[in-house]
Design a protein around this ligand. Structure first.
Ligand code: ATP
Length: 296
């Protein structure tokens, strides 16, 4: 059983440039043992570069990475034994079957009984990889990542290419893995997925962590979308309200994004003759987009 509060992964001030172009500008984050951590960010933010550094596939220019208190660069071989890794681009041999892959990885990482998992994911282990769909290749990759009793799973877009039914099967497998004492660090573009399974998230933008929060903190963020339409002659020409951002405004119809208290906005709208008004919690996408886009 893992000690509560122990970090499965701790990244501190990680820096990496490609030539003179910085990809990571001092990334720090911690993943507590026993959690599913979502690593988010737009394309090119630096997620894969971070993962490559954790896996010691490339050396950072600065900073430190610890996996269960062990330095990922200095103790690279030992650390890799602790990690089950699913890369973004599947690295399977086209002519090998699923069984060949399992046997090969098992010979390196130790015996494992994954027959149940193969069955559960509805895979035919005798088929050559070149005959598998993208989703089925992804399933093989996940099974291989789970071999050898890893303490930390690092998954780069684990449900990419999978239909919703299978996505949910994967979520169930990950939850069981965590319930058994494992930790998951996953990168994803799928916000519904992140909401569904992650307890904490970190958002990376242009090589910097711009948000690091628990999922419940994100869901509790007070952001509303207010949609109003007006009638009569008195229509707001340019509705500028402190704390509200105009998303669209045309033909007596306005959509506002409101952060924090909605009362001043409602009071301002009430000065006009309203035909209709709707106040809704901003969808998760909208909240994440704030981080993705950055300050405007
Ligand atoms: P995506 O979601 O598209 O996979 P990402 O968040 O994983 O993106 P990275 O692939 O880590 O981002 O890329 C971070 C930055 O580094 C980008 O600007 C990218 O163009 C650049 N980059 C990545 N790999 C290389 C490389 N081998 N040589 C030069 N620049 C690179």
């Amino acid at each position: 059983m893992l000690r509560l509060g122990l970090n499965a992964l701790a990244i501190s001030k990680l820096k990496k440039s490609y030539g003179n172009k910085p990809a990571l500008r001092g990334v720090s984050l911690t993943v507590e043992a026993g959690e599913i951590y979502g690593f988010l960010g737009p394309n090119g933010a630096g997620k894969t570069t971070t993962i490559r550094c954790i896996m010691d596939f490339m050396r950072p220019d600065g900073g430190e990475i610890k996996v269960l208190d062990s330095d990922a660069q200095k103790n690279s071989v030992a650390v890799k034994k602790l990690i089950g890794f699913l890369p973004a681009d599947n690295q399977l041999y086209e002519k090998w079957t699923t069984r060949d892959h399992i046997n090969f990885v098992t010979s390196i990482r130790g015996a494992a009984n994954v027959d149940k998992l193969v069955k559960r994911l509805d895979l035919d282990p005798r088929k050559q990889v070149r005959h598998l769909s993208t989703g089925n290749k992804q399933k093989v990759g996940l099974i291989l990542a789970l071999l050898g009793d890893p303490k930390l799973l690092i998954l780069d877009e684990p449900t990419r290419g999978l239909d919703p039914l299978l996505q949910h099967e994967i979520y169930a497998i990950l939850k069981e893995y965590v319930a058994g004492g494992g930790t998951v660090f996953l990168s994803s573009h799928n916000l519904a997925e992140v909401e569904h399974i992650c307890s904490n998230v970190g958002v990376l933008r242009a090589g910097e962590i711009v948000a690091s929060k628990s999922m419940s903190e994100i869901l509790a963020m007070n952001v509303h979308i207010v949609t109003a339409s007006f009638r009569g002659d008195k229509k707001p020409a340019d509705l500028k309200i402190v704390g509200a951002e105009t998303i669209s405004s045309a033909n007596g119809h306005v959509v506002l994004k409101v952060r924090g208290d909605i009362n001043p906005v409602i009071a301002k709208l009430a000065a006009y003759e309203l035909a209709d008004v709707e106040i809704a919690h901003a969808p998760l996408e909208e909240i994440f987009m704030e981080y993705y886009r950055g300050p405007s």
